[in-house]
Design a binder for this molecule. Sequence first.
Ligand SMILES: C[S@@+](CC[C@H](N)C(=O)[O-])C[C@H]1O[C@@H](n2cnc3c(N)ncnc32)[C@H](O)[C@@H]1O
Ligand SMILES: [Zn+2]
Length: 277
Amino acid sequence: MRMSAASSIVICPICSLSLTENNNFYACVNNHHFDKARQGYVNLLVVNQKKTANPGDNKEMIQSRMAFLNKGFYSSLATALNQLIPEQAVHILDSGCGEGYYLRSLRENFPHHHYYGVDISKEAIKLASVANKNISWFVGSVVRLPFFAQSLDVITAIFAPHDFNEFHRILGEQGRLIICAPEQNHLIELRNILFATVTSKDQDKMLDLANEHFELERTMPLQYQCKLTTKEDIRHLLTMTPFYFKSSKEQQENLFLLEELDITIDVKFWVFRKNKM
Ligand SMILES: C[S@@+](CC[C@H](N)C(=O)[O-])C[C@H]1O[C@@H](n2cnc3c(N)ncnc32)[C@H](O)[C@@H]1O
Ligand SMILES: [Zn+2]
């Protein structure tokens, strides 16, 4: 892995040349200009990458996720992720970073790395950039990440979409791709209350896609239980997951009657390195 930080690894989403950071904006030599928002983030999502006006998680989902994560229910995930980051890494990207919980935790533990958070949701990046000014936050899409080829040492994707072609393009030869994805019993209690039949999930398809470009170096399963003891925590958990949209109002009412809820966290970290060509 490279030990020195390049001046900029960020590229212009229009012409793919280097984007230089100035006080209030980023610009390339072709004069493509991207203002920093008041909160400090930059929107590098070009219009043809958007399928809807406001893609990605909405404000309610993002605020619920931040409230839930900040209460520490997933802190063991952050701890596990911290253990998987190679010490020599310089440039670390969290793709689909949401409101930035895992990057904030990484930066607290390893302040010397360069951190980049990309998410397609402007609301997510807005909240992320209010919460931490020492991380570079970009609105952007996983299908076209705004970085030079082979410029990242670590890419993480936590419960977030994958584009293995793009991950392969931007990851350095010695880099690591770290994916965190749910396993069979993840949030099983919540799913049992909401749905009559619970479909089980495996990551075979993800592995098949990853295998085209990456080889699996190691996996790290993580399982534990915790108890939600307020209606607010239960509501936040539902609202931050895709089950919010997949369940009916009637199904959600069953959940909102509860004063407390035991939940199982069942996830796996997958660490990949690039295939030797
Ligand atoms: C389940 S959330 C996980 C967020 C964060 N990694 C976490 O665990 O707290 C999935 C995230 O992926 C983002 N997302 C969805 N499609 C995306 C895309 N094409 N490119 C980048 N991010 C995307 C959503 O906006 C959302 O923030
Ligand atoms: Zn340009």
